[in-house]
Ligand binder design. Structure first.
Ligand SMILES: NC(=O)c1ccc[n+]([C@@H]2O[C@H](COP(=O)([O-])OP(=O)(O)OC[C@H]3O[C@@H](n4cnc5c(N)ncnc54)[C@H](OP(=O)(O)O)[C@@H]3O)[C@@H](O)[C@H]2O)c1
Length: 484
């Protein structure tokens, strides 16, 4: 099956922070891939904007190098790269100054989709929004894309929302959470709402518990100072893990459209119960051989910031009453893995002998490293020797079922940028969602800060601290193995 690429409308996309790390690693290589696949119309234009004083030719060189470094070799076609670079120009602009803005205005065309990607520190969002208006650059149908972190607590998120709202309506603001751009995350919605099979079982009566894991192998070295001000709760749980939780737990929206989906996600966040002290385990990785400890990486010998967190979360509504959601995320773990796993209950009565063995069904939705969905079902072990039961995976790897083209899915960033151009906000966070998420996380962070809780120490390349295992053990459950 060949994937159908539908070109988007012609656009002018301005990337503020066009010389930065995110632009280099994700945004620009992703845009090239969309161009290569024919999704970007020939008259689309991309304008880099930052303080670095350089001309368009110098920026094209920078972008060409980024493509060489971050696009797979088999997708690098010199003629296409040259054509893509021909779509690019650069303007020197200071978000806090007056220089460059008139030049930027002169670059913009009147009749194309207008999008501004704020790939800069959030402290500059207000300046950019203000100048896009005072220089009469942004039209009333312009879209702005803002990056995480969206605030560090409810108060700062509200302030950021208020600043943006001074110049842009909510329907113009695209708050990126790149987890929502992953193919499998959208597939989770297809699995749930396009099949009759799963939804009747998707509740506390049939689901024993849900595990959501985002494990990273890397530490915080290189950005330890920033991370130490944030920690796993702010950096990962408040946004990515909560979004995954929402999509797993939400009621069926009436339509697959932005506000229907986001209304349902918001209801989940509002239904989250406050956590008790023993619902949370926090950890910091220890030194290991030549590898520094978290505190060394953070250059803060007395840091109490967590590089790992595990939580037991309850969604207080009819559907989920009594079914815990276990969330965990950490740095320097055994493997890089992101997955949502639905552990179903055992059948109410087994007709087989005890020694036949039995295990509950497990549906795992893997976001990385290899996106895919896998359902374990129990069958009879083939062969003579009576009735012995064994688990087998029903592997829904896209490439097997749909052909190799289906495995070549766009990266989350490129998919989301195309959604911005199409004006589709379904996979972006609404302002009230972000605020509700902070309203839930703030008291949890305040409670451990007030108590002065010390994170437990854990070994590198492990599954986190022993205390996280104990949390599950007390509930009579086990974490899934973290493996590639
Ligand atoms: N990197 C990632 O993987 C990642 C992941 C998730 C979210 N984010 C978020 O994405 C945003 C950008 O991150 P980044 O890693 O790309 O940061 P970065 O590498 O530090 O880049 C910052 C960019 O902002 C520009 N800039 C700084 N001050 C400016 C000013 N006064 N006016 C105009 N441009 C200015 C810089 O260019 P000049 O110095 O030339 O002005 C540079 O292009 C941040 O909000 C970050 O939290 C990044």
């Amino acid at each position: 099956m060949v994937s159908r690429v539908i070109p988007v409308d012609p656009f002018d996309l301005v990337i503020f922070g066009g010389t930065g790390d995110l632009a280099r690693r994700k945004i620009l290589p992703g845009l090239y891939r969309r161009f290569r696949d024919g999704q970007m119309p020939p008259d689309a234009r991309i304008i880099g904007a930052a303080r670095t004083d350089q001309d368009s030719a110098a920026w094209r060189l920078f972008v060409g190098e980024a493509i060489d470094e971050f696009v797979a070799e088999n997708a690098r076609e010199p003629e296409l790269i040259a054509a893509f670079l021909g779509r690019l120009s650069y303007v020197t602009v200071d978000a806090k100054g007056e220089g460059g803005w008139s030049a930027l205005k002169a670059e913009m065309r009147p009749d194309t989709v207008q999008a501004f990607y704020f790939s800069v520190a959030p402290s500059l969002f207000g300046d950019l929004a203000e100048r896009l208006h005072s220089f009469e650059i942004a039209r009333s149908d312009a879209r702005i894309v803002v990056e995480k972190p969206f605030g560090r607590d409810l108060e700062t998120a509200q302030a950021l929302n208020a600043t943006l709202a001074e110049h842009f309506d909510e329907h113009q603001i695209y708050r990126i959470d790149h987890y929502l751009g992953k193919e499998t995350v959208q597939n989770l919605m297809a699995i749930r709402f396009a099949n009759i099979l799963f939804e009747p079982l998707w509740n506390a009566q049939y689901v024993d518990h849900v595990q959501i894991t985002v494990a990273e192998e890397v530490g915080v070295g290189g950005r330890g100072g920033y991370y130490d001000q944030s920690g796993a709760m702010r950096d990962m749980v408040q946004n990515h893990l909560m979004q995954l939780l929402c999509l797993t737990a939400m009621e069926p929206p009436s339509r697959y459209e932005p506000d229907s989906v986001r209304d349902e996600k918001l209801k989940v966040i509002r239904a989250l119960q406050p956590l008790k002290g023993d619902d949370v385990v926090r950890g910091q990785y220890k030194a290991s051989g030549d590898l520094p400890s978290y505190r060394d990486d953070a250059e803060n010998a007395s840091s109490l910031t967590e590089s790992f967190i595990a939580m037991r979360v309850h969604v207080a509504n009819w559907r989920w009453n009594g079914t815990p959601f276990y969330l965990r995320t950490g740095k320097r773990m055994k493997a890089r893995l992101s997955e949502i796993v639905i552990h179903f209950k055992e059948p109410p009565h087994s007709i087989f002998d005890e020694d036949a063995g039995s295990r509950p069904n497990v549906l795992s939705i893997r976001l990385q490293p290899d996106e895919g969905i896998d359902l374990s079902v129990t069958i009879k072990e083939p062969g003579p020797g009576g009735m012995r039961l064994v688990d087998v995976p029903l592997d829904m790897t896209f490439a097997d079922a749909l052909g190799p083209e289906a495995a070549d899915v766009p990266d989350a960033y490129e998919r989301l940028i195309m959604d911005v151009i199409r004006g589709n906000q379904t996979l972006f966070m609404r302002g009230d969602e972000v605020e509700a998420a902070w309203a839930w996380t703030d008291p949890i962070i305040e409670a451990w800060t007030k108590r002065g809780d010390k994170p437990a120490q854990y070994d590198q390349s492990s599954a986190g601290p022993e205390e996280a295992m104990m949390m599950m053990h007390k509930d009579g459950r086990r974490w899934r193995e973290i493996s590639k």
